[in-house]
Design a protein around this ligand. Sequence first.
Ligand SMILES: [Zn+2]
Length: 285
Amino acid sequence: MNRERYVTACPVGCSAGFTTTDIVLPEGPLLRCGSCGQLVSQCTEAEYLDSLERFDTAAGTLPGMESAARHEQVSVRRLRKMLTLLGKEPGQVRLLDVGCSSGAFLMSARKVGFDTTGVEPSAEAAETARRAGLNVFTGFLEAARFPDGAFDAATLVEVIEHLRDPRSLLAECRRVLKPGGILLVTTPNAASWTARIMKSRWDGFGLKAMGGHISFFNPRSIEMIAERTGYELVRVETRNVRFFERGHCPNAIYVAAKIASEFLNWPSRLLGTGHDLLACLRVRE
Ligand SMILES: [Zn+2]
């Protein structure tokens, strides 16, 4: 059967070819860029669109009650990081959250005192955010036509791994940010211990499980895409290690693996091998 791949070139913009990896998914093995190490899915466009569809819900990525407190803690930590990098008080910062879903991160930002705006292509999730009183545009960032330099800071939380062409989005973020503005990006780390050990068992690589994950960054490919789209990389941080997804193994093994992974969290941060990657980019002046 002749399958036409949706992602045919390195999303980071390299001209090197792909090699096949031993991470074998239902859509075929992930491919690795020979230059930056980016991993990409072999899914077709139809499979990609199908995986996105079921994530268009009113709840969006609003955290459940049990994870709301943890989510808030992580959000506030990221917001403080941005303030430090900008050298500003919350009331002085116009923040744009691109792919804001139902608005959980924007609500945390508003609580801290940021002036917040969101963009979200999923109509139902965007409507949920607006009902909470948030200023959210339904559609893709380019369609919102914000003026040049409208924002001090922007966030792409778990967005770029869904895109065939993340460079055009990063370029549009740069346009709507002020010179010296900060773009905070989070994405799964394909060079993590979790990815290397779990391979296809890792939810991060799942096309369907994660609503269209097709492109997997590592600290080096993040740095390269930042340079190619007009940013300087201020810092990259990674954290967290996992060996089993909950419910995919006997509970006793899951608990033992969980304890082992807690011990590995600190070294993973030092070595850039945690599976949650956070990059702070600054618009070149
Ligand atoms: Zn590449």
